[in-house]
Design a protein around this ligand. Structure first.
Ligand code: ZN
Length: 164
């Protein structure tokens, strides 16, 4: 008896998707140029709220998936609004409202930070993900499915053209 070919744990999923937030398509790439994403199902490589809804989908199947903020990029964290002294900005970062830059957390993780206000030498910075607090609306289509190779499971990522 052959196994049914649907999205399941440890299978490589190739997925076309469109992400809409607040009625606007966030994915700005032209649909013709957009690269489908590829990931190993069940390993938390994509947003958990989306991953959960993919189980059981077959190749060619499309689905509309609603993901609440808390299962997406998280709720807005009030403690992620911080103040940085102007002198603490490296010269390479333009200190103006709207500037997005990378900041390293004490634990070593890189965060995307955004300047949201300037009061003299005090610069107000928002460390929330731009999509934090937003409900996400995905339109997805499964383009291809295959069992992940042992080496891919070992490494925890998909081996595409030239990657290893
Ligand atoms: Zn690898």
């Amino acid at each position: 008896m052959s196994e049914e070919i649907v999205v399941k744990d440890n299978w490589v999923v190739q997925l076309d998707y469109k992400l809409t937030v607040d009625g606007e398509v966030v994915d700005t790439a032209d649909p013709e140029d957009r690269e489908p994403i590829e990931f190993i199902q069940g390993q938390g490589q994509i947003i958990s709220g989306l991953e959960t809804e993919l189980y059981g989908m077959a190749v060619g199947e499309s689905r509309h998936v609603e993901v609440k903020a808390e299962d997406g990029y998280g709720d807005i964290d009030d403690e992620a609004f911080i103040t940085v002294e102007r002198d603490d900005f490296p010269g390479s970062i333009p200190v103006e409202v709207g500037t997005v830059f990378e900041m390293r957390e004490p634990e070593g993780d890189l965060l995307l930070a955004r300047i949201i206000g300037i009061e003299g030498d005090e610069i107000n910075v928002d460390l929330n993900h731009p999509l934090a607090g937003k409900d996400l609306h995905f339109d997805v289509t499964v383009l291809a499915l295959r069992a992940a190779a042992p080496e891919e499971l070992d490494h925890g990522h998909v081996h595409g053209d030239g990657s290893h």
